[in-house]
Ligand binder design. Structure first.
Ligand SMILES: Cc1cc2nc3c(=O)[nH]c(=O)nc-3n(C[C@H](O)[C@H](O)[C@H](O)COP(=O)(O)O)c2cc1C
Length: 368
């Protein structure tokens, strides 16, 4: 059925409102805009009367989309990717944006300022971002206190862990060990981040020996699910091998992918930091497909990288993702994005004759 004129007008008005807001936000330096929006989201949490109508409108808890994963309920499969809420200050607001789960961090054991500014850039024409933030965060104690206040929460919360920049590579394991200790009873899953391009030599830890030691340590300390987040820049076969090593070492899932350092993707790209958003879409999709071929059904797969619509989220689900995450598209598409993705997912599932998301997960693999 074609949408009515009135329906169209309302839709356009809503779109216009974010388009207008975006014009103002995009006049600001990107990190300033991020902090401004973060400030609004943080303080909105203290005003339940303000938050509640947004939760009611944006949070979709449809039984077609509801899954039990890691022993908890994900009412919808769209999560906030790490890096937006590094210190866990915005957890309640993520519910108001409609997210089915949220991932806080990356948190390091000690507070650190991150890299020098400017360190966040927009590639507007390409609906992409480039960041060289370098794990600016308030440290594990601060996040632990926030988590103690919030956890358990209505939606699952993941905690993304990373080493401090000042910690030498040879002592990296001890940083992760401290973090496993700090968060062993908090959050619904933990993520080991050794794939950010912004901490020197962090990605070198993406090797078999370190991954085995890391998951052995994790399993000694915590019974929480622990996932590995990987970079999109490895050779595909190397990535598959590494993910298999992680799963053999009892990793509970893989997040594919972090940002890319393939600067050939854009003429506008700077030679530092990682690119996310539309420019990352194809790379991250290909990585997911390759990993899913080997590991779909054996572990939980979370797809991140350029997801900006229900269609794209559905494509990742059919390729084998159990859950998806978004970050950059929020900046370009605005606060209605998550709801739109979930609404469209329900339509797409119905169009394909599915009654539940689990029937669509990995459907493309079965066809091959
Ligand atoms: C400004 C910014 C900061 C980020 N910080 C982190 C981080 O601290 N830890 C992490 O694992 N990923 C971080 N990411 C990567 C995202 O979590 C995600 O993997 C990536 O951006 C791809 O998703 P997208 O294309 O939807 O943005 C960051 C991304 C951006 C744009």
């Amino acid at each position: 059925m074609a949408p009515s004129g009135k329906h169209n007008n309302i839709k356009e008005a809503k779109m216009l409102s974010y388009e207008t807001m975006k014009k103002v936000l995009f006049k600001l330096e990107p990190e300033t805009a991020h902090n401004f929006v973060g400030g609004i989201l943080k303080y909105a949490q203290y005003t339940p009367l303000l938050l509640y109508p947004f939760i009611k409108k944006n949070f979709i808890a449809n039984k077609m989309l509801t899954q039990e994963i890691f022993g908890v309920t994900f009412y919808n499969p769209v999560g906030l990717a790490a890096g937006f809420d590094k210190d866990g200050d915005l957890i309640k607001s993520m519910l108001a944006l409609g997210f089915g789960y949220t991932e806080v961090g990356t948190v390091a054991p000690k507070p650190q300022n991150g890299n020098e500014k400017p360190r966040l850039f927009r590639l507007v024409e390409e609906k992409s971002l480039q960041n060289a933030m370098g794990f600016n965060n308030r440290g594990s104690y601060y996040l632990q206190q926030n988590m103690k206040k919030r956890y358990p929460f209505v939606i699952p919360i993941g905690i993304n862990l990373g080493k401090n920049k000042a910690t030498p590579e040879i002592e990296a394991l001890s940083d992760y060990e401290k973090l496993f200790q700090t968060f062993k009873d908090l959050g619904d899953y933990l993520v080991v981040n050794i794939s950010s391009p912004n901490t020197p030599r962090l990605r070198d830890l993406q090797n078999e020996e370190f991954i085995k030691a890391l998951f052995a340590k994790a399993k000694e300390i915590t019974s929480k699910p622990v996932l590995l987040k990987i970079a999109p820049d490895m050779q595909i076969q190397d990535a598959i091998d590494l993910c298999k090593v992680a799963v053999d070492a009892k990793a509970d899932g893989i997040i594919a992918t972090n940002t890319t350092i393939d600067y050939s993707l854009s003429k506008e790209a700077r030679k530092r930091g990682g690119i996310s958003g539309a420019l990352l879409k194809q790379k991250s999709y290909e990585m997911l497909c390759a990993i899913a071929k080997e590991l779909s059904g054996k572990t939980v797969l979370i797809s991140a990288g350029g997801i900006d619509s229900g269609e794209e989220a559905y494509k990742r689900i059919k390729a084998g993702a159990n859950l998806v995450q978004v970050y950059s598209a929020l900046v370009y598409e605005g606060p209605l994005l998550v709801r739109k993705i979930n609404e469209r997912l329900i339509e797409l599932l119905k169009e394909d004759g599915y009654t539940h998301i689990s029937q669509a997960i990995g459907a493309d693999l079965k066809e091959q």
